[in-house]
Design a protein around this ligand. Sequence first.
Ligand code: ZN
Length: 474
Amino acid sequence: MVMVLLMACSCGPSGMIALSSGDPDRPDVILVSIDSLRPDHLGAYGHTEATSPFLDRLAGSGQRFTEARSHSPWTLPSHVTMLSGRGPLEHEVIEDTRRIPADLPLVQEALARSGYATGGFVSTIYVSDTYGFARGFDRFEDFDITKATNLQHAVRAEQVIDDALAWAKSIKDKPIFLFVHLYDVHYPYLPPEPWNFQFDKLGTRKSTRYRNYQYYLDNPVKAARWKHLNAQYDESIAYADANLSRLEAAWARAGRKVSWVVTADHGEELGEHGGWGHGHTLHPEVMRVPLIVSGDGVPGAAVRAERVGGIDVAATVAALAGVPFPCSGLDVRAALPPARDLVFETSRFDSARLGLLTAEARLELDLATGRATTFDLGDLGERAGAPLVSPEQLARVWATVGERWSATGPVVSSGWIHAAGALQGHAFSGPGPFAVYPPDATVDGLAARLTPAPPFAEVSDQTRQQLEALGYEQ
Ligand SMILES: [Zn+2]
């Protein structure tokens, strides 16, 4: 069944015309983002189901990173980070009311300027031209997806890859930078036939229905349904993997040199903390992502345990193409610090969380409740969070992220944050840290009754020097 589908796929609208032979001196670069893909559901990362024969092969001949993280658990901020090499608190595209700033450099612009043909093919509105993602691409296809059609999976991997291949085959005398974003693994986990019964029985209309994050918090999933939802998630990965392998085949037929960077914008909660989906929390199941760098220009096969992030994708893409692109990330092929600090944030779905991953622990501030928590790095399930008791640890969180925020000291009475977008109307009560988020938000109403106080954590000259050394301050 699998072979029949693959053969059928190779005869899409792009036909059997081959790619040109390419530029022998400059490799093509293919960047793949598979939305909502957890690394532990890939064979290369130890999964027992055969979800990913192509990606496993790619990982086996290249570098696979076991400690890669996203910086945001939802699509828009994470992809802006991926293509700009700037963290969410730097680029500030953290609400779905925001667009990529016109002066934020994107890696595809740098490649286009240096002679690359640039093509972007995406399948969600949150990576579409609505948010400014088309800038720098010679050809950009977002299939006119709207918010209304976004979750209907109207654009499947097969169509995205068909269009990407048709465009690549039209390029004659230039190296290619191809960015492909696939949405098939994103909930509601509806793999097409025949993939939808690869790992368990065919679902019924009722059993395949995905509800929403809160529904699952309120109605814990029973074992049989948990298994079925997992199978559908895995089947979606297998479908995406099979379609991506068509790119590999086309490039191999043409004998073009190509470098691959494959990652995800975030992982997925599959019930570990009750919910199904992403965007709400910063737990490992949603912040860990795969990162596979393979092909031309990548030193031999290796499993790398240094901590990397989505912030490193643009720098790596640029370096593979031999193009300068100053940003906050690193070329992951180089020697890396083993456990550098990474910053997380989310303000999606009325959440308001800041996270800091250090060499010792994961710290989190829930700005909606004022609660600060620390998690042991060895506690992968993050069920045993303990209140953050060390003022030094808390100060470190604020020192790292607070430069972009306005921490105004303890709240002396109930107050409201009046901020752009989703945070409007967030209630704060009781003592605790108080922040204006996003940074350009304004505060009024009850907040005016706040006792003026110095910032919760002053950034001392010494701290600033440390932050500069770590690369947080530019
Ligand atoms: Zn996403």
